[in-house]
Design a protein around this ligand. Structure first.
Ligand SMILES: Nc1ncnc2c1ncn2[C@@H]1O[C@H](COP(=O)(O)OP(=O)(O)OP(=O)(O)O)[C@@H](O)[C@H]1O
Ligand SMILES: [K+]
Ligand SMILES: [Mg+2]
Length: 701
């Protein structure tokens, strides 16, 4: 029988990491509709600024349209200045609509960027300069502006003060108000030693005092990165986007050559075409719809993630999110709150409870992990604190899974059962069965047992408890419905892992995993052709977060984890992957749908315009003039107008994304080909006929 000789305080639950829906209501940044009036107004101005050919050259399709517009403008102006000829309305209108085409595309991009730019402005105001109190090697304090801090500086921050820069807490524990970054107003606990040591510059210490070792140069802090990110200045094209851009540029080149080759043929048939008509024809045939909306689609996807409090450092990761099939999650601090605390001491048979208490205390005196400190709190009684002069402390590491102390006459260790069993091997001893029963009982309740051993003698068990974040089960079910398998990976023992896995409702778990095991598991999944997502918070998760296709670090985690991943979830909600997957899928499908539509559209326009152009030379072509367009000029003008309006009409779809239904990839593909392919073929016929009707009725050209 084992008896519990002490019960520690109930684990206090830090307020961070509440999963679920709250994200949108407590966003740090003023959220507005993507089609907010102010944003639209500013975007209209920016559409003109974006006409700068140096910016536009990055988009080959739109660049060609701009060059065409410049050309027709020159021709038209020359015509107007030439007193001898009539002002050419047709040329003027075509020219105007070519400019509109470019402006509409620029406008779409500017609207997509709008919300982020507004939010970046808000964040900039948060980034205030503070005075930092830097502690020297001799303990003296020197005041220095936060902008003059260097990596490695140790700053003392007391209640009420703003943390001067990003860093890790190296001493102390404090509550911190991180609402400037996360929008969550309840304070969070930050402490040295564990996976909750990272602090962000610009947040405020509410209680106590901590020493922060600076890890980021001023100008390269989390807040700076966040600003660059929401503003889109750090945005790079993803491999998919680059591939699509190359395809679009190729199509543009092919049509350019086709149009150039058309003229000799036209001259031969006695129907030489004007340069204006050739430019108009070219613009109608090249994929202007997707060319104009492509970057807006990507920017809007990133923006949708920001609205859900996820900062994606790479667009590639956002796309991978749409295709990932496995999610690996760390246990402590990710699925659970991560403040594992000692709640009980269970002496082994025949061991004096006071002896276990002393050993537990001794082995934790220099253990700076939250677990270690909670043991000191539980077992500590200053009156009985034994002397430790000349002792060697053994720090906890994720690979040894043990910590302890080497005294002159004896060595004490505490750690995971399997680690302690290995320790006992050197004495050819085993953990007694009744102690194994105790550890099993603790584990089966989801607690973490630490076995305490003095040389060859097992003294008993320390029980650590942690709390599973609420709402996990339902959210993991949603992930399952999306076809994503969830696997919990933990350094903890299999029994604890099993209990927590069952409570949280994950599909599978891997226990006693070292950081290398976590990474190896990801590699293995990736070799099977799967895209893998990983969520974690600890420094020991960093290699795995870096290896994963989508690495989501909890904002509560360490700097190392946040730097290794390619996304940070400000809400520290491990199930946020649901939103990440949906937004990724939506991005991929939206881009596919609009590409299909755009190309189908161009094919249809080809049939609309070519007959109209050559009707004079070949009257029999009139039979091909299925739309019965009024005149060659009105046909061509109508096509140009339709081409420009198609971009405007599709801006809402590009920015909001297509409606997402739970469906298999092939169903989605089939539906897209049907709606956007057929739609793309049919709408030009209807649209151009209607515009032609208006133009001819009004007698414009
Ligand atoms: N301070 C400590 N001293 C001794 N042993 C510890 C200490 N903290 C944890 N352990 C043991 O080491 C194991 C691994 O802990 P660690 O925090 O590295 O797990 P992990 O790999 O991050 O997994 P997870 O966070 O999912 O639980 C724990 O399950 C526990 O048995
Ligand atoms: K086009
Ligand atoms: Mg961990």
């Amino acid at each position: 029988m084992t008896t519990t000789i002490a019960t520690g305080p109930e684990p206090t639950r830090p307020p961070e990491g509440q999963p679920g829906s709250g994200a949108r209501d407590r966003h740090p940044l003023p959220t507005r509709s993507i089609f907010d009036r102010a944003i639209l107004g500013r975007a209209a101005g920016e559409a003109f600024a974006k006409l700068d050919p140096r910016t536009l050259a990055r988009n080959p399709v739109m660049f060609v349209v701009e060059v065409g517009a410049v050309l027709t403008t020159v021709l038209w102006v020359r015509d107007v200045l030439d007193a001898g000829s009539e002002p050419n309305t047709f040329a003027g209108l075509v020219t105007a609509w070519l400019w509109f085409t470019v402006l509409f595309a620029n406008f779409a991009e500017a609207v997509a960027e709008g919300r982020g730019k507004a939010q970046a402005a808000t964040l900039r105001r948060t980034r205030s300069e503070t005075m930092a109190r830097v502690r020297g090697a001799d303990g003296t304090i020197e005041e220095r502006p936060s902008t003059a801090l260097v990596v490695g500086d140790e700053c003392v921050v007391t209640a009420g003060e703003v943390i001067p820069g990003d860093g890790d807490v190296v001493e102390g524990i404090a509550t911190v108000d991180e609402s400037a970054i996360t929008g969550e107003s309840a304070p969070v606990i930050r402490e040295s030693g564990g996976d909750r040591s990272a602090v962000t510059g610009g947040t405020r210490v509410l209680s106590d005092e901590i020493v922060v070792r600076i890890t980021a140069e001023p100008g390269a802090t989390f807040l700076d990165r966040m600003i660059a990110l929401v503003e889109g200045s750090a945005r790079q094209k993803t491999p998919n986007e680059i591939a699509l851009s190359i395809l679009l540029a190729g199509l543009t080149l092919i049509f350019l050559l086709a149009i150039v080759a058309l003229q000799p043929f036209a001259i031969y048939s006695g129907d030489e075409q004007t340069l204006i008509v050739l430019v108009a024809l070219l613009v109608c045939l090249i994929p202007t719809t997707i060319g104009g909306l492509l970057s807006a689609i990507g920017i809007a996807g990133m923006d949708r993630l920001v609205q859900r409090n996820v900062l994606a450092m790479s667009g590639r990761a956002v796309e991978a999110g749409g295709d990932c099939s496995t999610l690996l999650l760390d246990k402590t601090g990710t699925i659970t709150f991560g403040n594992r605390r000692a709640t009980g001491l269970h002496p082994a048979h025949g061991v004096d409870p006071a002896r276990l208490r002393e050993a537990a205390l001794l082995s934790s005196l220099a253990d700076e992990t939250p677990e270690g400190r909670s043991i000191v709190e539980l077992a500590g009684d200053d009156a009985t604190r034994p002397g430790t002069t000349g002792a060697d402390f053994v720090e906890f590491s994720a690979s040894t899974r043990m910590s302890g102390i080497d005294l002159a006459d004896r060595s004490i260790r505490k750690g995971a059962s399997d680690a302690v069993a290995r320790w006992l091997d050197q004495y050819e001893q085993r953990i007694p069965d009744e102690v194994v029963t105790t550890t099993s009982r603790i584990s089966d309740d989801g607690g973490t047992p630490l076995v305490v051993v003095e040389d060859a003698t097992v003294l008993g068990v320390v029980a650590l408890t942690d709390v599973v974040k609420p709402g996990m089960r339902e959210r993991f079910e949603e992930l399952r419905a999306l076809g994503i398998r969830t696997v919990m990976i933990t350094g903890d023992n299999p029994r604890t892992a099993k209990a927590i896995a069952a409570e949280a409702g994950v599909d599978d778990f891997l226990a006693e995993a070292t950081p290398e095991d976590k990474m190896a598991l990801i590699r293995e999944e990736q070799q099977g052709g799967n895209l893998v997502a990983m969520t974690g918070d600890g420094t020991n998760d960093a290699p795995a977060l870096a290896q994963a296709d989508v690495g989501v670090a909890m904002n509560t985690g360490t700097q190392a984890a946040k730097e290794a991943g390619n996304m940070v979830d400000l809400d520290s909600d491990p199930t946020k992957l649901i939103e990440i997957v949906q937004i990724g899928k939506q991005l991929l499908i939206t881009r596919g749908a609009l590409t299909t539509f755009s190309i189908a559209n161009d094919v249809a326009k080809y049939f609309a315009i070519i007959p109209a152009m050559f009707i004079v030379a070949y009257p029999q072509l009139d039979e091909l003039n299925v739309m019965g367009l009024d005149s060659p000029e009105s046909a061509i003008l109508s096509a140009v107008v339709f081409n420009a309006l198609a971009i405007v009409a599709l801006i809402p779809l590009a920015l909001r994304g297509v409606h997402l239904q739970a469906a298999t990839a092939s169903e989605v593909l089939r539906r897209n080909l049907l709606i956007y392919g057929l739609g793309g073929l049919v709408t030009p016929f209807i649209g151009i006929t209607l515009i032609d009707l208006v133009i001819s009725t009004l007698g414009i050209v």
